[in-house]
Design a protein around this ligand. Structure first.
Ligand code: SF4
Ligand code: SF4
Length: 351
């Protein structure tokens, strides 16, 4: 991928970026090499290829319509049918001896492994969440550490999301300002990126249950601080009322989908969409189930699949009767992965 194309793909993540689908040899794979499945989102493929440099594996790129694995699986685009198609069209069974593919675990909300096995004869196992962990996972005989199972919403993820997720919001306002009142553009630019940086750094400590709520609370605090300063220095708290309004508007805009992008919580944008009756908006926002995971205890037979694929570690292992225990049921953000993958239909989302 050329540097300019990569920069465009990186910055414009809101939009699909399709890469060619099919079976690709990395290195010099043979009939015994592992097969890794991924989505045809250019950035994902670039990261997988980089992580696997120097390795000999098969890369099976499925059609996710240019959307990243998690969003495509949660949005009903990356499903078992796409994986089945990819396996059949690529004639994978003629290339490898062992009928097994390694799926990214973030595809679990969309891909029914049982159906893939039934239709193709290929067994699916879920690999590590991050491409960077694939070599260590393969070297360990396809065994995962606890860290390889979890999605990390920490600073690394936030740095990765900072510019691409906020640039479209910034540009949408900046273009209008540039056309209507160009003199306001520098002030808006400084205010917007300061607000976003503040939210990205301090989100974990700002009170509030929703990202929008946290953003508005922060905006209110900034606006009150500005008003207090004006009162003290100019004797009029509304001396810069336009600035106060701008602070509130900017924080409101910066809070758009803050929770959905940076934390394991329901996206505010998707919740709003659902309340308004929209099932889908663009390629990234889709109506999803909400609630918390619940276990139908008698049905559970202790296969540990749920614990293996939950990206936030809601499960805790088995009790003495070989039934799954919860570690932190309240941490569930209804991604749907365990519900989809439980072979006994013992899990559901309630409330
Ligand atoms: S996936 Fe289902 S059957 Fe397996 S341990 Fe979890 S709840 Fe039990
Ligand atoms: S417990 Fe909740 S967060 Fe974890 S996999 Fe199941 S639905 Fe997703």
């Amino acid at each position: 991928m050329k540097p300019v194309a990569w920069i465009i793909a990186y910055l414009a993540r809101w939009f699909p970026h399709r890469a060619p689908t099919g079976l690709f040899p990395l290195g010099r794979p043979d009939a015994d090499s592992p097969v890794l499945v991924t989505a045809n989102f250019t950035l994902t493929i670039k990261r997988v290829r980089k992580a696997l440099a120097g390795r000999s594996v098969w890369l099976l790129v499925t059609n996710s319509e240019g959307i990243n694995v998690w969003c495509a699986a949660a949005g009903g685009i990356l499903t078992e049918n796409r994986v089945i198609d990819a396996i059949k069209v690529s004639r994978l069974s003629e290339k490898v001896r062992r009928h097994e593919v390694i799926l990214p675990p973030l595809s679990a909300p969309g891909v029914d492994r049982k159906a893939v096995r039934r239709e193709t004869g290929f067994r699916c196992r879920f690999g590590p969440v991050y491409a960077r962990d694939i070599p260590a996972y393969l070297d360990a005989g396809k065994k995962k550490t606890e860290a390889m199972r979890r999605f990390d919403f920490g600073w690394r993820h936030r740095l990765d999301m900072f510019v691409p997720m906020n640039l479209p919001i910034y540009l949408a306002v900046a273009v209008v300002l540039y056309l209507a009142e160009p003199a306001l553009l520098p002030g808006f630019t400084a205010l917007f990126w300061t607000a976003v940086a503040f939210l990205y750094v301090f989100m974990d400590w700002i009170p509030g249950r929703t990202g929008w709520g946290q953003a508005m609370l922060s905006g209110l605090v900034f606006a009150i601080a500005q008003a207090a300063l004006d009162w003290y220095s100019l004797g009029n708290p509304l001396a810069h009322w336009g600035r106060l309004l701008a602070v509130l508007i900017v924080f409101f805009a910066a809070g758009f989908d803050l929770a959905g992008i940076l934390s394991p919580r329901t996206s505010d944008a998707e919740r709003l969409m659902s309340n308004l009756g929209f099932r889908r908006f663009g390629s990234l926002f889709v109506e999803k189930e909400t609630g918390r995971v619940a276990l139908d205890r008698p049905k559970c037979h202790g296969c540990m699949t749920c614990s293996d694929i939950c990206p936030v570690g809601v499960f805790n292992g088995l009790d003495e009767e070989k039934k799954m225990l919860f570690k932190d049921q309240g941490a569930c953000f209804a991604c749907g992965a365990c519900v989809k993958q439980c072979p006994e239909d013992a899990l559901s989302l309630i409330g």
